[in-house]
Design a protein around this ligand. Structure first.
Ligand code: AMP
Length: 284
C-alpha cells in the first residue's frame, strides 16, 4: 500500500494506473478509522480496480472555536486498517501541501449548504466542497464514496458534482451504527461513559420516528414534539436542531408524504454529534 504526502507523487502513481483504463474509487476521510470508514472502503474495493483513501484533517472546514486541534489522530492504526481493507493508496497531505502560500480559491454550493449544520457552522461546507474539488482534481476518481451519516454533506457534494460537471459518480453508503444504535463517529471517542449512554437517545428518537411513520403517523409537528420530549428528557444532551426535510432537495416539509430526511444535531456534554434517518409514508 502506498502512503503518499505529495501531490506530484500521487499524480504519477495514478497516471501509471489509469493509462490502460483501470478505474479508481476515492474515499475522502479525516482518519481515525471506524467501521463507517471501512464500509466505504469495502464498497470502493468491490467497484473499482484501485482504491484511494485520502486522510486529511481539513483545517478550512473547521470554525475558529471547533475541534481542529484536538480532532483524534492515529496514523499507525489507520495505516493498518486501510491495508487490511485492501486500500491501494493513502493520500495524506499536509495543510501546506493543500493550501500553500497565496491560496485564495474556494468552491461554494449556495443554497443547500444553508440551514441544518450550515447554520451553526458557517463556512463549513465551503471548506468541504473546496477540499473535495481539490481531491477530485488530484485523484481524478471514477467514483467517490460518502456516508449517509453526513446527509447534508452528501447532498451538497451531489449538487456540486452536477452543477460543475465533475466526471465522478457519487456513491452513498448507509450509516454504520454500534450494536445499540449510536452512529459510529470519530468524535464518539470524546464521550465519557455517562455521555456515551446519554447519546443513545438521539438514535432512539430517530428509530421511534421511523416506526411511527411506518404505522401511519404523517404529522411533522406531532413527531417533532415527541422526539424533542425524548431528547430533552436526557439532561446531558442539548439539541441544536431537529429538522424534517424532503430527502432529495432538503426543503422543509410539514407532512410526511414522500421520502423525508429527519436530521438532528446535538451536544452531548461538549461533543457535537449528528445523526439522521430516512422515512417513507406508511399505511394510512
Ligand atoms: P470523516 O472522516 O468523519 O470526515 O468521514 C469520512 C467519510 O466517512 C464521510 O463520507 C462520512 O460520511 C463517512 N462516515 C462517517 N461515519 C460514518 C458512519 N457511521 N457510517 C457510514 N459512513 C460514515
Amino acid at each position: 500500500m502506498y502512503w503518499i504526502k505529495r501531490i506530484p507523487e500521487i499524480r504519477e502513481v495514478i497516471s501509471e494506473w489509469t493509462k490502460d483504463g483501470a478505474t479508481i474509487g476515492l474515499v475522502p476521510t479525516m482518519g481515525y478509522f471506524h467501521e463507517g470508514h471501512l464500509a466505504l472502503m469495502e464498497k470502493a474495493r468491490q467497484e473499482n480496480d484501485y482504491v484511494v483513501v485520502s486522510l486529511f484533517v481539513n483545517p478550512i472546514q473547521f470554525g475558529p472555536n471547533e475541534d481542529f486541534q484536538r480532532y483524534p489522530r492515529d496514523e499507525e492504526r489507520d495505516r493498518e486498517l486501510a491495508e487490511k481493507a485492501g486500500v491501494d493508496l493513502v493520500f495524506n497531505p499536509t495543510a501546506e501541501e493543500m493550501y500553500g502560500q497565496g491560496f485564495q480559491s474556494y468552491v461554494e454550493v449556495t443554497e443547500i449548504s444553508q440551514g441544518l449544520c450550515g447554520a451553526s457552522r458557517p463556512g463549513h461546507f465551503r471548506g468541504v466542497t473546496t477540499v473535495i474539488t481539490k481531491l477530485f482534481n488530484i485523484v481524478q476518481p471514477d467514483r467517490a464514496y460518502f456516508g449517509e451519516k453526513d446527509a447534508q454533506q452528501l447532498r451538497v457534494i451531489q449538487r456540486m458534482v452536477r452543477d460543475l460537471n465533475f466526471p465522478v459518480e457519487i456513491k452513498p453508503v448507509p450509516t454504520v451504527r454500534e450494536a445499540d444504535g449510536l452512529a459510529k463517529s470519530s468524535r464518539n471517542t470524546y464521550l465519557s461513559p455517562e455521555e456515551r449512554k446519554a447519546a443513545l437517545v438521539l438514535s432512539k428518537s430517530l428509530f421511534y420516528a421511523k416506526e411511527q411513520v411506518a404505522a401511519g403517523e404523517d404529522s411533522v409537528q406531532r413527531l417533532s414534539a415527541s422526539m424533542k420530549r425524548m431528547i430533552t428528557g436526557e439532561p446531558l444532551v442539548s439539541l441544536e436542531y431537529l429538522e424534517f426535510r424532503e430527502s432529495a432537495t432538503l426543503r422543509p416539509v410539514s407532512t410526511i408524504t414522500g421520502e423525508v430526511l429527519i436530521a438532528l444535531a446535538a451536544r452531548v456534554g461538549k461533543t457535537r454529534l449528528i445523526d439522521n434517518i430516512t422515512v417513507r409514508p406508511g399505511r394510512r
